[in-house]
Design a protein around this ligand. Structure first.
Ligand code: R5P
Length: 293
């Protein structure tokens, strides 16, 4: 039977695209707030015996988790055969260690929460750093998809003579793969983080790539301070206006405007989080996962 897709608010476009690209049915529900702020949910499509796919990108996750949890639990209670969460952006992946006494390793607790809600998790390029595989923290099957190919395709068609730059050592995993697929050279910078918005990034030495277009590639753009510091160095070194590419357009507060003001030539993101900078559609990535479900 075709999977039944339920789009949480803000994810309707992806659900619509998926239903056009693969055999799937769009589920209907009423999801609203009671006057006291609690969530009311009513499933209008029968879920018994169906593979239910909940589509919810989980940027700003705290306010999204209760409706999602209710939806997952309700689908199960009404007889869904399997409940999958498609969350193109997986949050709570950065506090994966105790840096100061007393701190929560929220990455692990969030993984416990999701593992207790759904049967399968599908996501794109989660921020794997000290935790190298989702299986280390999630107790349910997980499918990790990669944006490298679509990003490389965008660079090949849109940027003349690119040189890719990863702003920190973690970014090497994405930058090297994108560079190989785009047939472009790459450099990786060093980053030191002193606080949420306090970062230092080493000066990029473009060397033989001085006449290339710098393309900064990172997984998450949150406060954008990482990108901003790299952009500032590039301007100071007389490089061409850099293109900034992020997989996940988190853009906390005024981050997008600040990155533009810092001199980013173009800011481009994948559509894992809805944002005006989305230029790389990843919907094709999900199709094989659900076509065989
Ligand atoms: C962390 O290391 C990630 O790969 C990104 O570099 C980081 O999340 C970017 O954060 P921000 O935009 O706040 O500098």
């Amino acid at each position: 039977m075709k999977p039944l897709l339920f789009a949480l608010p803000g994810n309707e476009l992806l659900a619509e695209r998926l239903s056009q690209k693969m055999p799937a049915e769009l589920g209907q529900m009423t999801l609203r707030k009671f006057p006291d702020g609690e969530t009311y949910l009513c499933l209008l499509t029968e879920v018994a015996g169906r593979h239910v796919v909940l589509i919810s990108s989980l940027d700003r996750p705290d306010e999204k988790m209760i409706p999602l949890w209710l939806l997952a639990k309700t689908a199960k209670a009404q007889g869904a055969k399997k409940v999958t969460l498609l969350s193109p952006y997986l949050p709570y992946m950065r506090q994966d260690k105790t840096f100061h006494p007393g701190e929560s390793i929220s990455t692990r607790h969030f993984a416990d929460l999701v593992s207790g809600m759904v049967d399968h998790l599908v996501t794109v390029d989660p921020h794997l750093h000290r935790i190298s595989r989702l299986e280390e923290i999630y107790t349910i099957p997980t499918t990790v998809l990669h944006a490298a190919q679509p990003i490389a395709k965008w660079i090949r068609t849109q940027v003349e003579k690119p040189v890719l730059i990863g702003p920190d050592s973690e970014s090497k995993q994405w930058v090297s793969e994108v560079a190989e697929k785009a047939g472009a050279p790459y450099l990786v910078l060093e980053k030191k983080r002193f606080g949420d918005r306090q970062v230092e990034v080493s000066v990029p030495h473009l060397g033989p790539y001085r006449n290339h277009t710098p393309v900064l590639v990172d997984d998450i753009i949150s406060t954008a301070q990482t990108m901003i510091k790299a952009v500032e160095h590039l301007w100071q070194s007389g490089a061409k206006p850099p293109v900034c590419i992020g997989v996940h357009a988190v853009f906390a507060g005024p981050a997008f405007e600040e990155l533009k003001a810092a001199g980013a030539g173009r800011i481009v993101t994948c559509d894992t989080i809805l944002h005006s900078s989305n230029a790389i559609d990843l919907s094709e990535l999900y199709v094989p996962v659900f076509n065989n479900s």
